[in-house]
Design a protein around this ligand. Structure first.
Ligand SMILES: Cc1cc2nc3c(=O)[nH]c(=O)nc-3n(C[C@H](O)[C@H](O)[C@H](O)COP(=O)(O)OP(=O)(O)OC[C@H]3O[C@@H](n4cnc5c(N)ncnc54)[C@H](O)[C@@H]3O)c2cc1C
Length: 281
């Protein structure tokens, strides 16, 4: 037997969360796999489940001039359908899982699962996404890069729930996304690469590069990005410095999907390709 809660309002959910030690379940596409029992047997959930999927206020999508806010019940498919969504995130969503999983799984579930191979994470890192977290005690905002602390580890207290995600809107003139998997669809990434940049009059005014599944969390280096920001001409030794930075940061593992050496080699090749084809022209 699993104890379950099925609140219909946000206040009810916060109250339950504040008064029992629960596990949050949105689409369940990660949790049902992780805790499944034998066929026909209830899953081995370690805590009472708090279902979020009946709370209609969490379905909200708000498009403002300078940001997009996405509620925690918005599915991967619904997010992909937001016309103003940055292209880099749209591309990642389009290559994720399968239509059935994208109809059930949520964007915020993908974030909170905190897998280094979570496909929405590299795009959301370069977009500087922020989360809004609530409890009965109040609300706080946190940058996604600070929220994710390690594989499956997030900065969330037992009484808190992520309410929504906010993505700043920028005019990214350059956008490059690549997922490397076993096949085109329904495959978890061996590694992934997301990069955006703004170039005005040949000058790079914003730059973001993030790599997935090549470390315990998404790898992003502000130090390397700053080497290019504000520059018009990119010198060979700048590229060499950047290569050295990423080479020391990337620390993938061997697992059933790929080898560490393959992941690192392809990640560095994608980085070189991005700079050569999009930046260093
Ligand atoms: C066949 C299959 C293929 C898949 N393919 C891919 C793929 O290609 N790429 C990929 O990245 N993933 C893939 N996944 C994983 C999964 O579908 C995604 O991670 C999905 O976005 C998870 O969302 P969910 O709503 O189902 O999360 P759930 O399973 O409900 O929850 C996931 C985690 O997030 C927490 N959580 C959920 N909502 C909140 C909230 N509001 N506040 C705080 N914590 C919360 C839960 O407690 C849990 O720890 C696949 C899964 C399956 C089964």
């Amino acid at each position: 037997m699993v104890k379950t809660y099925l609140p219909h309002t946000w206040q009810e959910a916060l109250f339950i969360r504040g008064n029992d030690d629960t596990m949050l379940l949105a689409g369940g596409t990660d949790l049902m796999v992780k805790y499944h029992g034998a066929p026909g047997i209830t899953g081995n959930f370690p805590k009472p489940l708090l279902f979020l999927n009946q709370i209609s206020s969490l379905k909200t999508i708000n498009i403002e001039t300078d940001s997009i806010t996405i509620g925690s019940n918005v599915t991967l498919n619904e997010a992909a359908g937001i016309s103003a969504l940055p292209l880099i995130l749209k591309q990642a969503l389009g290559e994720m899982a399968s239509p059935a999983i994208r109809n059930a799984g949520t964007l915020i579930g993908n974030i909170c699962n905190a897998s280094p191979a979570g496909d929405t994470l590299p795009p959301l890192y370069v977009l500087d996404a922020q989360l809004t977290i609530e409890s009965l005690n109040g609300t706080r905002q946190i940058a996604l890069a600070d929220f994710i602390q390690g594989p499956g580890k997030i900065d969330l207290k037992a009484n808190e729930i992520v309410r929504c995600l906010t993505i700043p809107r920028r005019n990214n003139t350059i956008c490059f996304y690549k997922k490397v998997g076993m096949r085109k669809a329904a495959a978890i990434s061996k590694l992934s690469f997301a990069a955006i940049a703004q170039k005005t009059d040949q000058k790079i005014t914003y730059m973001g590069v993030a790599l997935g599944a090549v470390g315990p969390t998404i790898i992003r280096s502000k130090e390397a990005e700053n080497l290019l920001t504000g520059k018009i001409e990119i010198l060979t030794d700048t590229w060499e410095t950047m290569h050295t930075i990423y080479n020391s940061l990337l620390c993938p593992i061997d697992d059933k999907r790929s080898s560490a050496i393959y992941r690192k080699t392809i990640a560095l090749n994608l980085l070189a390709y991005f700079y050569k084809e999009y930046i260093w022209q």
